[in-house]
Ligand binder design. Structure first.
Ligand code: HEC
Length: 139
């Protein structure tokens, strides 16, 4: 029994790096990393909204609104790929930033209605860009 466990453990160790290497890698690792962080910040913001933790919500709003810029090379690659649609891509980004500022102001004012509205607008902006562009940039 023990040796079986050991064997499957060794197998798992052997297999894991192979399956990892087979994962599709992003064309935009810098963007993927910052998006991953945005996803985490949104989850924290959602919990804060539901728990009426206005202070945390304001902190999360700043984290979302002031996320680091994508690396220059990746931004250029996005431009080259989207060409005339770049303005629509930028518009989603701006909509996200504007709504994050509104979320921060609403959280400081402890205005639950405005917090909810801004949170929904942020979600719409995230998904707006994903629906229009994510698959295209994944190709
Ligand atoms: C202007 C366009 C745009 C906006 C706005 C945007 N995203 Fe993204 N997002 C992308 C693109 C492009 C990808 C795919 C990146 C890749 O993997 O190459 C992505 C991927 C992701 C992923 C998956 C990351 C991973 O680990 O594969 C998450 C999570 C995410 N975004 C969260 C968010 C959240 C939360 C917001 C809003 C606060 C947001 N995004 C707004 C363009 C956008």
């Amino acid at each position: 029994m023990k040796s079986k466990v050991l064997l499957s453990l060794m197998l798992a160790l052997l297999i894991s790096p192979i399956t990892q290497a087979a994962e599709p890698t992003s064309n935009f690792p810098g963007i993927q990393k910052l998006m991953n962080q945005l996803g985490k910040d949104m989850s924290i913001a959602q919990s804060a909204l539901l728990n009426e933790d206005h202070e945390q919500l304001a902190i999360s709003a700043v984290a979302i609104g002031e996320h680091p810029k994508a690396p220059l090379m990746e931004r250029m690659k996005v431009m080259a790929s989207l060409l005339t649609d770049m303005s629509a891509f930028k518009a989603w980004d701006e909509k996200t930033h504007t709504a994050a500022k509104q979320l921060k102001a609403a959280a400081i004012a402890k205005d639950r209605q405005a917090e909810t509205k801004a949170f929904v607008t942020i979600t719409e902006s995230c998904m707006g860009c994903h629906i229009q562009f994510r698959d295209r940039l994944k190709e």
